[in-house]
Design a protein around this ligand. Structure first.
Ligand code: SF4
Length: 301
């Protein structure tokens, strides 16, 4: 795994030798670390299908969002280190369980491990569509590296301005990096495609999380997607923001989104007329849980 000797797998380009025990910003080590895996039914309908999306929640993350709901494993390192054979077994278990895809959540620091595992499994004839579930904070070099491995990009696009990105995730340049990355994802995979059962097999989905006080940034990103890529990109607009981790004590981040913020984004989504998309219902102050998507594939928003 040469990439680990001088790790530049994400835009932070730490250059640390993870094989020698050095750790960079994300704190990822030499062995793959996974917090949890299993069939997941809370993704967009063409990913979850009827048997679930074979989701692998990796430990570590290349961003540190102050409101991260996954912070015990993304930022504090909870999880288990797996050697190559045990790591490949995770994919085998999800395949045997009948999952529709392998859904890699925050996989960037672990790409060499995934490539090694998948190459062995494919030699055995075991294969599923691979969904690359990312914050969008990706380098073009890494996207080139995974082009042949990935079938579906499932990417966030969170901020449109530098101040929010710096405050929320510690990188003022997030939006410019993510937008460039999404253009490359779209170039590689294009629009979402489905099998006869409506399960996604290939393509690109962009997720936009509405952040409190920042509905206009979601609007900006939706307009950018429509103008730059066009209505063919599948969008998934999420209203589930919950002030987790450090957010409860942070002015501007300590509340859920308001009804008016939700309505503002919903109006713009309707106007832009994307071919395929989903929008979570407004939950107000309801408990933190993923709610159903209102739209079916192909029906538009
Ligand atoms: S994946 Fe981790 S160690 Fe590698 S460049 Fe990114 S933050 Fe640094």
């Amino acid at each position: 795994m040469n990439a680990l000797h001088s790790c530049e797998l994400c835009p932070r380009r730490c250059g640390v030798d993870r094989q020698a025990g050095e750790r960079g910003f994300c704190r990822a080590g030499a062995d793959a670390e996974v917090f949890r895996y299993g069939p997941h039914h809370g993704e967009e309908p063409p990913l979850s299908g009827t048997h679930g999306s074979g989701t692998i929640f990796f430990s570590r993350c290349t961003l540190r969002c102050l409101y991260c709901q996954n912070y015990p494993w993304s930022q504090q390192g909870d999880g288990t280190a797996y050697g190559p054979d045990a790591f490949a077994e995770i994919f085998r278990v999800l395949h045997t369980a009948g999952c529709h895809n392998w859904n890699l959540v925050s996989p960037t620091p672990w790409i060499p491990h995934v490539q090694q595992a998948l190459s062995g499994l494919r030699e055995e004839g075991i294969s599923l569509p691979v969904a690359y579930n990312t914050s969008g904070f990706e380098s073009l070099e890494t996207l080139a590296r995974v082009e042949d491995m990935v079938d579906i990009y499932l990417t966030d696009l969170r901020y449109a301005c530098e101040g929010s990105a710096l405050e929320g995730s510690g990188r003022a340049d997030y939006a410019s990096i993510a937008r460039e990355a999404i253009l490359e994802m779209w170039r590689q995979k294009g629009p979402l495609q489905f099998d006869d059962d409506g399960i996604a097999t290939h393509g690109t989905i962009c997720r936009l999380l509405i952040l409190p006080g920042r509905a206009e940034e979601a609007v900006d990103n939706l307009q950018w997607l429509a103008a730059t890529i066009g209505p063919g990109i599948a969008v998934s607009v999420m209203s589930q923001y919950t002030p987790a981790f450090r957010a409860p004590g942070m002015e501007g981040w300590h509340r859920r989104i308001s009804r008016s913020e939700y309505d503002r984004v919903a109006d713009v989504v309707g106007d832009l007329d994307f071919d395929i998309g989903w929008m979570q219902e407004f939950e107000g102050d309801a408990p933190d849980e993923l709610i159903g998507f209102t739209m079916e594939p192909g029906s538009g928003i």
